[in-house]
Design a protein around this ligand. Structure first.
Ligand code: DGT
Ligand code: CA
Ligand code: CA
Length: 572
């Protein structure tokens, strides 16, 4: 079987279902599998990578026995205990579990009634055959809706898309005079790279009125659930949106509860129990700070509420002071429409002058223009050097007329398949800085990718490695590499890893950022903008950095100019 996070999470859900159907497992065991599946679905690392690095124990929700089964699965491709648990249950039962709203018992009942597949189920509901056999008409209707949703699902949303949708909903909520405060919560507030559904909270003296107002929002296709203080709706886009409403006296508790993560909340509950306290989203606490204070702790920034040490840090009053968007003093990865002959990759849409103007509007102290150079192997070495010289002259001339911002002359060059650089040193020496990145052969072996990155890092002319893992969210997994070795070299040489804020990259990933930090690696947060408006994506890069526990001192483009220039070897 496959070993992607999705495959493994699905397998765990099947085991929990098998125990339920056979009535052989106890509640505790069943929950353990469901929690493990939850944890995998929300993980930003691949379980397989963690296993290879001996770090399964660090995943919240993975007890000793789960770790043992994963080890067997990843070594041998199967788990013999799971085969025994699943024995005797028809395959169709597990297929039916994919339908939202169908649990193990219903799936088994459907199979007992002769259902052979998802298609067969749809036909037999529509023809009325199933109901004739005594199946509930009401449940059959719900299943049909569930099947429609299943067809419309396309994975998790990218963070910027989720933020954009949430902003619109927030504007709507705040228009109601019944709403005192409203916030987007859940994975969006934690700024996870991908978001499953949207969660909102609202404070109101009349929760029912707010719930009614929420359900009447434009774009609602269906009300999935509605009560006195909460509701779930599905929008025409297929997006699910939850809301919880509380009275202002307990709004802090609601914010805390609905922000999650689930593992953070579970751990928090054990701390409360040890102190003899019980709490819920109804605990009287007007603000989150007040809520955490009840437990004798600081309020951790939402981005790090993943139960990876933030609770201990908050209890010891040692939370890190995370980097913020306002700390960023410049963007070093931007692409202009400068007309290089045969550029190695697509150029940007706007001129260098326009990019500089936009950087000023963003309040930056410096802006680096890092176009893709002419294509290696397409343009001769001589012409490559000439073309880069021409651009350098152009930028130097331009600088004379530019005030109030420093313009840096850079390039984003390729790390070729053999690890060499796509631009000769003679040309690189004329630049203010150089970014190197892998733009081909991403699927190379761990060994090859590591060697390519190490080779680029060994050049004294390379300052930054762009989008180090080369993942594309919902499209391409991270390349594998010996990150520990790379982190060591970066820390020793002062070369920095980029945290790329491009919406489907968000690369270096948050979990690797955190690990790199342990080695003393420094970062640069960039947008990789290919158009003016993409320069606004800096905030998503900052979110990744925050999720990786990064502080101002770790980010070169927050440093004051002298320190930055010294790092970058720019003469001032
Ligand atoms: P998502 O939507 O998959 O990107 O991830 P979240 O973290 O937004 O998860 P969601 O929407 O299921 O739930 C929102 C928050 O509610 C979650 O982060 C923690 C909180 N919560 C508290 N207790 C529970 C629980 O028993 N189950 C779930 N699912 N959430 C809980
Ligand atoms: Ca959510
Ligand atoms: Ca939710």
């Amino acid at each position: 079987m496959g070993t992607s996070n999705n495959d493994i999470a699905k397998l765990f859900r099947e085991i929990a279902a098998a125990y339920t159907i056979k009535k052989t497992g106890n509640m505790f065991e069943i929950r353990a599998y469901e929690n493990a599946a939850d944890s995998i679905e929300h993980s930003t690392s691949e379980v397989k990578d963690l296993w290879e690095e001996g770090k399964l124990g660090e995943v919240p929700g993975f007890g000793k026995s789960i770790q043992g089964y994963l080890d067997e699965l990843l070594r041998t491709g199967k788990v013999s205990h799971f085969e025994i648990v699943k024995k005797g249950i028809p395959k169709t039962v597990f297929e039916l579990l994919d339908i939202p709203g169908v649990g193990p018992k219903t799936a088994q009942e459907l199979v007992n009634l002769g259902i052979k597949s998802l298609d067969d189920l749809k036909k037999k509901i529509q023809s009325g055959d199933l109901i004739k056999k005594g199946f509930s008409g009401k449940i059959a209707q719900k299943i049909l809706q569930g099947m429609e949703e299943l067809g419309g699902m396309s994975g998790r949303m990218l963070l910027p898309y989720a933020s954009f949708q949430a902003d619109k909903i927030l504007v709507y909520l705040k228009k109601s005079k019944e709403v005192i405060e409203a916030h987007p919560l859940g994975s969006l507030r934690r700024q996870v790279a991908t978001v499953g559904d949207l969660d909102f909270s609202a404070a109101s003296k009349h929760p029912q009125k707010v719930v009614d107002y929420f359900c009447k929002m434009p774009g609602v296709a269906r009300i999935v659930e509605k009560g006195g203080t909460s509701a779930t709706v599905m929008l025409q886009s297929g997006l699910h949106v939850d809301i919880l409403v509380s009275r202002p006296e307990s709004y802090g508790a609601l914010l805390q509860h609905f922000t999650g993560s689930k593992s953070h909340n579970i751990h928090l509950r054990t701390i409360a129990e040890k102190k003899g306290l019980t709490f819920s989203e109804h605990t009287p606490a007007k603000t989150e700070e007040e809520f955490y204070k009840l437990l004798g702790m600081q309020s951790p920034p939402p981005e790090i509420r993943e139960d990876t040490g933030e609770i201990e840090a908050a209890l010891n009053k040692k939370l890190p002071d995370l980097v913020e968007l306002k700390d960023i003093k410049g963007d070093l990865h931007t692409h202009s429409n400068f007309p290089f002959p045969n550029p190695s990759h697509g150029p940007g849409a706007d001129s260098i002058e326009e990019m500089i103007k936009k950087a000023k509007e963003l309040g930056y102290e410096f802006i680096g223009i890092s176009d893709h150079p002419p294509g290696h192997g397409i343009v001769s070495k001589e012409n490559m050097i000439k073309a880069i010289e021409k651009r350098t002259k152009f930028i130097q001339k331009l600088k004379k007329s530019i005030k109030n911002i420093r313009v840096l002359n850079g390039l984003e060059i390729d790390i070729l398949l053999d690890g060499s650089l796509s631009v000769p040193d003679e040309a690189l020496e004329t630049l203010d800085y150089c970014i190197a990145g892998i733009h081909s052969g991403h699927r190379g072996s761990k060994d090859i990718i590591t060697k390519r990155l190490m080779s680029a890092l060994s050049s004294p002319l390379v300052d930054i490695i762009s989008h180090p893992t080369n993942r594309l969210l919902n499209e391409r997994d991270s390349s594998e590499a010996d990150w520990e070795e790379i982190f060591k070299v970066c820390a020793a040489s002062g070369k920095v890893l980029e945290i790329n804020g491009y919406p489907n990259r968000l690369d270096l990933r948050d979990d690797l950022v955190r690990r790199a930090l342990e080695y003393g690696v420094k970062f640069v947060i960039n947008t990789d903008a290919h158009a003016l408006e993409q320069m606004d994506n800096m905030k998503f890069g900052v979110s990744v950095a925050r999720r990786g526990w990064v502080t101002v001192k770790d980010v070169v483009n927050t440093w004051y100019w002298k320190k930055f220039a010294r790092w970058c070897n720019i003469k001032i």
